[in-house]
Design a binder for this molecule. Structure first.
Ligand code: PGA
Length: 250
């Protein structure tokens, strides 16, 4: 049995005061939730505050990105050990916005994933095709490349700390959610690719999240699909009440 995960990605939103207000509302609303892991990924500047606000709760805090080097002259970057130092237990890697706007490649995804898992973090590695790629019938090919080059060379013990997020770029922030059927089909494909590379047992254990316009009104149908083990939620994770109702999808 794979334990579901509902993860919120705040992207470039929220100040310190916003962060405190968010958790003041969220925590009491989800105190009886036991059916899934809950993760929130705030911007770097409020990671420490978010860790403090969620101490002793079931909410884990994630970064949205990380550098692969342990330290060095890399202006503007954040190292894995800095994330561990503030109490982060997860990081997102290879989000499509990083790939589209900040030159993220499968090669950097691999280096980041390796650094993250070696430091004991859980890494949520994002994969997914653009609208053009889907229209050209290349969705499965693109996702195969992201998986093979991004996490295909990791060891099986590394893999136990990797969570894959399938985020079709055309569904992110567009309100155009993939239907549960379309999402489920790609999730099954991803599990097949993982099995080819890492073996059936490892593939069965890996959690694969769906991301792209997840909302309270579509989460239940998405979560009913066999190969979908959770969601990575952007816009709808910014409001604590909305995010709580996604978490309480059962
Ligand atoms: P969205 O974003 O839920 O706003 O579509 C998802 C994501 O980018 O992780």
């Amino acid at each position: 049995m794979r334990r579901p995960i509902i993860a919120g990605n705040w992207k470039m939103y929220k100040t310190v005061a916003d962060t405190c207000a968010f958790f003041d509302t969220l925590i009491p609303e989800i105190q009886n939730v036991e059916h899934c892991d809950v993760v929130v990924a705030p911007p770097f500047t409020v990671l420490a505050v978010a860790v403090e606000e969620t101490e002793g709760t079931r909410v884990a805090i994630s970064a949205q990105d990380v550098h692969w080097k342990n330290e060095g002259a890399f202006t503007g970057e954040i190292a894995v050990k800095m994330l561990v130092d503030v109490g982060c237990t997860y990081t997102i890697i290879g989000h499509s916005e990083r790939r589209q706007f900040f030159c993220e490649t499968d090669e950097t995804v691999e280096m980041k994933a390796r650094a993250a898992v070696q430091a004991g973090l859980q890494a949520i590695v994002c994969v997914g095709e653009t609208l053009n790629e889907r229209d050209e019938g290349k969705a499965a090919e693109v996702v195969r490349r992201h998986i093979t080059n991004g996490i295909g060379h990791l060891t099986s013990s590394d893999l136990s700390r990797i969570i894959v997020a399938y985020e079709p770029v055309w569904a992110i922030g567009t309100g155009r959610t993939a239907t549960p059927e379309v999402a489920a089909e790609m999730h099954a494909e991803i599990r097949k690719i993982l099995a080819e590379i890492h073996g059936e047992a490892a593939a069965q254990e890996m959690r694969i999240l769906y991301g792209g316009s997840v909302r309270p009104d579509n989460i239940s149908a998405i979560m009913k699909k066999e190969d979908i083990d959770g969601a990575l939620v952007g816009g709808a994770s910014l409001d604590p009440t909305t995010f709580a109702s996604i978490i309480k999808y059962v």
